[in-house]
Design a protein around this ligand. Structure first.
Ligand code: DLL
Length: 433
């Protein structure tokens, strides 16, 4: 269902005219209100007047996750705190999260774009939306929630975890739409089977899955195990949260990015140059309606390409091919963003261990697992078992406190982790793709 016929089917020229107008206003606004942008533009030798056409956007400098960290917590906000009605955050490399703020209008825009996204996935008023994205600083839960309400559906604010209860509610409340990470959907299916409940028989019709990479194979598996249509949704907190782009149920081929609010570009991650149309590269997004924290040329680090061919669904907004990876070392474990350097920051503070470690990421029962191999020093190694056990409990707890991710710790003997002459191989990702 097309939720907003006027905007979702705008002809190309009209989209571009709107983008130019909104982009100009955004550049002027950040230049006037955010010292970081004024300085960043100055260093690149541009002012908002440099923008005459959409192509001129490439003359403006990128914004990086590091810039958000350097301006922690509110430095990139373009609106005063008394106009910010919501704050979300996602994890960064140093343990400090990246913080985003929404004005009342931003929240309305977000709800509108999530309502459009639900519509594109085939959801509508009358649906019972079982929202198992986490509620909290993570944008998934509340982002989907407001969109589901705007759509006029009945939303069940489940949040993550408590899997048995999820299954009971899904069955008893007649959930028709499931929103969660793709890996959690498979876990739900399996847990349901263990409870003796055939999830294929329940009323679920469609699942809206994102926040982590997944593949066509996993899609087929989910569709088969849950007997639903599985739709890919993309988003990131720096830009909005969920609802930046979504597949339409008609084509299930590429995610429409809402171009009346965002301008996507694809760049070569090494040179920063804009790639020719249709080429694979790093997605860069500029927001053109956000008030709280507008983003100019934000480097998402996500790798994709733009599909500009017309889509059978009638929407005119360009599509992003399913994300095929990231250009940095960020891992996504059960939906949580984790940088190896965050784990390192925990280890270096702990006495008795060496800064040599390895992260082994796997998948068990359809859920991501993380095992951290940590080298201990000679002295600790010769200590009693009890000392070693306490050490591993402490590391596990500190990682959990910092990242919210439960992991297994394996303490290994001195010098047993292979040293490398080049880049250390910190991560062994054994998850099936
Ligand atoms: O994951 C927002 C979200 C919530 C999206 C619910 C979809 C559904 P962050 O925690 O800031 O925000 O993580 C953003 O997750 O840069 C991608 O690397 C990855 N990601 C998000 N959606 C997809 C997807 C939310 N559909 C980071 N496919 C992004 C692949 C995805 N990766």
């Amino acid at each position: 269902m097309i939720w907003n016929d006027e905007f979702e089917t705008l002809p190309r020229e009209a989209i571009e005219a709107l983008q130019l107008k909104r982009l100009k206003r955004t550049l002027e606004r950040v230049y006037a209100t955010v010292p970081f942008y004024r300085e960043n533009f100055r260093q690149a030798g541009v002012t908002p007047e440099a923008l005459k056409s959409l192509d001129d956007l490439r003359r403006f400098p990128f914004t990086l996750k590091q810039d958000m960290r350097d301006n922690y917590p509110y430095g990139l906000f373009a609106a005063p705190l008394d106009q910010i009605v919501r704050i979300h955050a996602s994890s960064g490399t140093t343990g400090k999260p990246t913080v985003v703020g929404y004005t009342r209008r931003d929240i309305e825009t977000w709800a509108e774009l999530m309502a459009r996204s639900f519509g594109a996935a085939g959801a509508h008023r009358g649906d019972v939306i079982h929202n198992a994205y986490g509620y909290g600083l993570f944008t998934g839960g509340l982002g989907a929630h407001y969109g589901a309400e705007k759509l006029g559906a009945s939303v069940i604010p489940m949040s993550g975890g408590n899997t048995k209860k999820q299954i009971m509610i899904m069955q008893d409340f007649g959930s028709t739409v499931l929103t969660c990470t793709p890996s959690y959907s498979l876990y739900l299916a399996e847990a349901a089977a263990e409870e003796g409940f055939d999830i294929r028989q329940c009323k679920l019709r469609v699942g809206i899955f994102g926040a982590e990479p997944w593949s066509e194979e996993i899609r087929r598996e989910i569709e088969e195990k849950l007997n639903i249509k599985a739709i890919d949704i993309y988003g990131l907190s720096e830009i909005l949260g969920p609802g930046v782009g979504i597949e339409c149920v008609e084509a299930q081929n590429g995610l429409h990015i809402w171009e009346d609010h965002f301008i996507p570009e694809i760049i070569d991650p090494d040179t920063g140059e804009v790639m020719p149309p249709g080429e694979l590269g790093e997605l860069v997004i500029t927001t053109i309606t956000k008030e709280g924290i507008p983003m100019i040329r934000y480097r998402t680090r996500d790798i994709t390409r733009l599909i500009s061919e017309p889509c059978v669904c009638g929407r005119t907004h360009v599509r992003l091919e399913r994300m095929s990876g990231r250009s940095d070392d960020m891992l996504i474990i059960r939906g949580v963003n984790v940088f190896p350097s965050q784990i390192e920051s925990v280890l270096v503070k702990i006495e008795g261990v060496e800064p040599h470690y390895q992260l082994i990421v796997g998948r068990e029962d359809n859920l991501d697992t993380l095992e951290v191999l940590v080298e201990v020093n000679e002295k600790t190694f010769s200590d009693e078992v009890k000392v070693m056990q306490e050490l591993s409990t402490r590391i596990r707890k500190e990682i959990k406190d910092l990242l919210g991710v439960t992991c297994k710790i394996r303490l290994v003997e001195p010098k047993s982790i292979a040293r490398s002459e080049g880049k250390a191989q910190r991560v062994i990702d054994q998850r099936p793709r």
